[in-house]
Design a protein around this ligand. Structure first.
Ligand code: AP5
Length: 214
């Protein structure tokens, strides 16, 4: 899944993973889990994330490589938020070739910048499961502040403050467009209009991955 901060990558990756029966691997969620557990990796990445900057490629690539070696990844995964730079995309191709796999589809969720700001500032997340994602107007929970699925409290991410959102856009959109170009050139990019109701975006992404038989 490729897309700007707030485009809906996490929302869609969770739905696709459920429909396809494969794991959802989100680089940002893995980093946040390391920060919460105060691991060595978490301590290294925190300052980059707090500033809205990308975490250096070497740390990110190693973490994804380790995750893809877990047994549940053997039949494929939905990668969400990785790769984020051209270098990461190149390394991913080499890494997958060694494991006997490849990138079968790069799904680009396209949303204009004005809407991204509204989405991020209204986002609420479950404290128990990172892939239970809400929005105060577009996708509100039934009970304010409580996850519909498991009843856990909801919270707002530290990097969803206005100044950090602005930094994320400025620092992360240029490398993201290089990733879009990379996958356009390799012929696997599917661009989808992310400014539609969530279910319609999912249906369009599913059609891109597995077009209906004629
Ligand atoms: P990460 O966690 O990946 O954050 P991000 O890319 O900024 O993406 P978000 O999680 O903010 O947004 P999303 O596209 O998943 O949108 P969501 O579905 O939540 O990364 C965090 C940080 O980690 C980075 O800043 C960086 O520092 C570091 N990092 C991570 N990966 C890295 C890498 N590969 N290399 C280097 N550094 C890395 O939706 C947003 C909101 O919109 C929600 O409220 C949702 O309910 C709502 N919404 C979703 N879809 C719709 C819709 N169709 N209509 C209306 N509302 C919608």
């Amino acid at each position: 899944m490729v897309g700007a901060p707030g485009a809906g990558k996490g929302t869609q990756a969770a739905l696709l993973a459920e429909r396809l029966g494969i794991p959802h691997v989100a680089s940002g969620d893995i980093f946040r889990d390391h920060i919460r557990r105060e691991t060595a990796l978490g301590k290294k990445v925190k300052s980059y994330m707090d500033q809205g900057a990308l975490v250096p490629d070497d740390l990110t690539v190693q973490m994804i490589d380790d995750r893809l070696d877990k047994p549940d990844a053997a039949k494929g995964v939905i990668l969400d938020g990785f790769p984020r730079t051209r270098r990461q995309a190149e390394v991913l191709d080499a890494m997958l070739a060694k494991k006997g796999g490849r990138v079968t589809a790069a799904l680009y969720v396209d949303v204009d910048r004005e809407k991204l700001l509204r989405r991020l500032s209204g986002r609420w997340l479950c404290t128990e499961r990172a892939d239970h994602v809400y929005h105060e107007t577009a996708r509100p929970p039934k009970k304010t502040g409580v996850c519909d699925i498991d009843g856990a409290p909801l919270y707002q991410r530290d990097d969803d403050k206005p100044a950090t959102i602005k930094a994320r856009m400025e620092k992360q959109l240029p490398p993201m467009f290089e990733v879009v170009d990379y996958y356009t050139d390799s012929g696997v990019l599917h661009a989808v209009d992310g400014d539609q109701p969530v279910d319609e975006v999912t249906d369009e992404l599913m059609r891109a991955i597995a077009p209906p038989a004629r």
